[in-house]
Design a protein. Structure first.
Length: 626
């Protein structure tokens, strides 16, 4: 029997824990897949599959790998095809003493519904993970978008099924659905998009366990304030989502700060068939956004606004006062081209505040995202001033909810260095700003003279040796070196010590260079470790303001949607009128009707309808012709 290599044994131990997922196993600068995973990866990603021996016998193992720098791109493709992916990373580059293999650990488990990486998500729509819990007296649907922290639950009585549940599934268009073991996908009417079905053990849905899990998540004694205290299946569905996220990626739980219970009776229920026929989000013929109502109405500027508009279209309001408040705001924006322009200019300075705040809360945001947050916050006072100059009640309400969080901006300015910022002291690539952390500053000061010496070394050595093509360089394997071509080897001084031989050159080191190298490399390693720790602490300090940041993001989305509708009303010459009685008046403005072949101008026909004798239904028909 073949004796397995230590690396092969380690891989198999990890794979045993995740038999239903593709395990990406880091080997240096590549992530490798083996066995059946290699066949799947090669087929789905159209990459080369090969074999390699990992034992002292003759057995060769199927192998397919992808470069480390391209990991997200390839993983995204696998997830889109419904696969789960486990990332197993090296914890170091060298084998620890007394061991035969590099330390590795599973750092991420990625599924369609648990993604928070910006490059793997559609920017202008939500990425919902849902869970369905069914009982004799109630069926519940919980949904979460881990990239924005939105967490909600609703439930249905038996007489509402399956219409109401299918309508919500159509509206949410989830990318992944959790079902209890034994349940079948065919029992539910999912949208046409690819939905990953994940079966979870029954204890995920057990009411008491789920109840305590939710209370622990939100730091409360009961769920009464969330509106689902006595709703058994609602608690089970929401609890299943928390249990699943805890298993897949526990850091995502920090994004869930509340659970929103809602009833579909608050909105006009549009069953799945109606949503498709009305072409709300997708054109019937195109199967894409083209030809849909969303394509007509979406002139939003920010990703948050685009996502909110999608939800707004699929959840028509029934509250007349709220509707009229929305229309009053749109009308005010419609009537003032100047203020629309100023709002547009302000919103163009804003990015995805919602998802950036989520990544900061999770501790995964990179420096450019944090600096971007600072720039977004700097624009909020301008946006607030614009809103406060308006008269509509809804616009003034949104203004009150905008919080520029000056403490966050001050912290970022004080703590982080911009990548393009010039450094007078020669500390290129510095992450933490000088003056923020005294011990870190001391480390930089300790090697500053050595770095300056190193920068000037090439010019000095060229002058001393007379070798004009002499180069001073650095790489991670051999460290600092002086490179001399073979043609100039006769000019090499006696104090040069050979370090590496190349085809056309030799690399050397001097005692003085070796001394400065040791000082720099040991300090740099300590600096990198310290900067990572300080940066993580900066993220934790910003995360304290997560609720305020999310409220501001929601406010930005709301004004973006109102501005979009006002802009569309101007371009399309639309108007809106809502009444509480049985009378309907539609006033149509003159517009160019170029979208209909053969038609140059649409002739407006105002409509005035009033039901008589208690009639509640009027049938309108239209005949088209040239």
């Amino acid at each position: 029997m073949a004796t397995l290599s230590p690396a092969r044994k380690q891989y198999l131990e990890f794979k045993k824990q995740f038999p239903d997922a593709i395990l990406m196993y880091q080997v240096g600068d590549f992530f490798e897949t083996f066995d059946e995973d290699a066949y799947i990866t090669a087929r789905e990603l159209q990459i080369v599959r090969t074999t390699r021996s990992y034992s002292r016998g003759k057995e060769r193992v199927p192998l397919a790998g992808i470069p480390k720098h391209a990991l997200e791109n390839y993983v995204g493709k696998l997830i889109q095809r419904g696969y789960k992916v486990v990332i197993c990373e090296q914890l170091g580059s060298e084998v620890p003493k007394g061991r035969e293999v590099v330390d590795r650990a599973v750092t991420r488990i990625l599924t369609a519904g648990t993604l928070s990486e910006p490059n793997l998500l559609p920017a202008r729509q939500n990425n919902y993970l849902v869970a369905i819990a069914s009982g004799r007296t109630q069926t519940a649907l919980a949904a979460v978008d881990v990239s924005t922290g939105e967490f909600m639950v609703t439930w249905f009585a038996p007489d509402e099924l399956p219409v109401a549940l299918d309508a919500e599934l159509q509206r949410l268009a989830p990318v992944e659905c959790l079902l209890v073991e034994g349940a079948h996908k065919e029992e539910y009417q999912f949208p046409a998009n690819n939905v990953t079905i994940t079966h979870c053990p029954p204890y995920f849905y057990q009411y008491e366990t789920a109840y305590h899990r939710l209370c622990r998540q939100f730091g409360v004694q009961s769920l009464e304030s969330f509106g689902c205290e006595n709703e058994t299946q609602a608690v089970a569905a929401a609890g299943a989502i928390v249990a699943y996220l805890e298993k897949m990626n526990g850091s995502l739980l920090s994004l869930l700060t509340a659970l929103h219970s809602y009833s579909t009776t608050q909105f006009m229920v549009l069953d799945a068939h109606t949503q498709r026929n009305l072409e709300l989000l997708q054109g019937t013929r195109s199967g894409t956004l083209q030809g849909s109502l969303l394509a007509v109405l979406d002139r939003t500027i920010t990703p948050m606004g685009a996502r909110l508009l999608r939800r707004t279209i699929t959840q028509p309001l029934l509250d007349l006062s709220v509707l009229n408040g929305r229309l009053a705001s749109i009308e005010e924006l419609y009537e003032s081209p100047a203020i629309r322009t100023r709002f547009t200019m302000s919103l163009q300075e804003l990015g995805d505040l919602e998802r950036v705040a989520g990544r900061i809360r999770q501790g995964t945001a990179v420096r450019n995202e944090v600096l971007g947050l600072r720039d977004y916050l700097a624009e909020l006072p301008t946006l607030r001033d614009l809103l406060q100059s308006c008269e509509a009640e809804l616009l003034l309400e949104i203004a009150d909810e905008l919080d520029p969080c000056p403490q966050v901006s001050e912290l970022i300015n004080r703590a982080l260095v911009r990548p393009d910022e010039e450094d007078d002291e020669g500390d290129e690539g510095r992450l933490i700003r000088p003056g923020y952390h005294a011990e870190l500053d001391e480390l930089f000061n300790s090697i500053r003279d050595s770095r300056r010496w190193m920068i000037s070394l090439e010019a000095r050595e060229r002058q001393r040796t007379g070798i004009k093509a002499l180069k001073v360089g650095f790489n991670k394997v051999f460290g600092y070196y002086i490179e001399v071509s073979n043609a100039n080897l006769k000019l090499v001084p006696s104090d040069y010590m050979r370090k590496q031989t190349l085809v056309n050159a030799e690399r050397f080191i001097t005692p003085e260079l070796k001394e400065h190298e040791a000082l720099i490399l040991s300090a740099v390693e300590r600096i990198e470790e310290m900067e990572r720790s300080i940066y993580a602490d900066v993220l934790r300090q910003i995360a304290v303001y997560y609720p305020q940041l999310m409220t501001s993001a929601s406010s930005v989305a709301r004004i973006d949607v109102l501005l979009s509708l006002a802009e569309v009303a101007r371009i399309k010459a639309m108007c809106g009128c809502i009444g509480a009685g049985h009378r309907l008046e539609i006033v149509v403005a003159d517009i160019q009707w170029s979208n209909i072949p053969g038609w140059d101008v649409f002739i407006p026909n105002d409509t005035h309808l009033e039901a008589a004798n208690g009639e509640r239904i009027l049938l309108l028909t239209a005949e088209y012709g040239r």
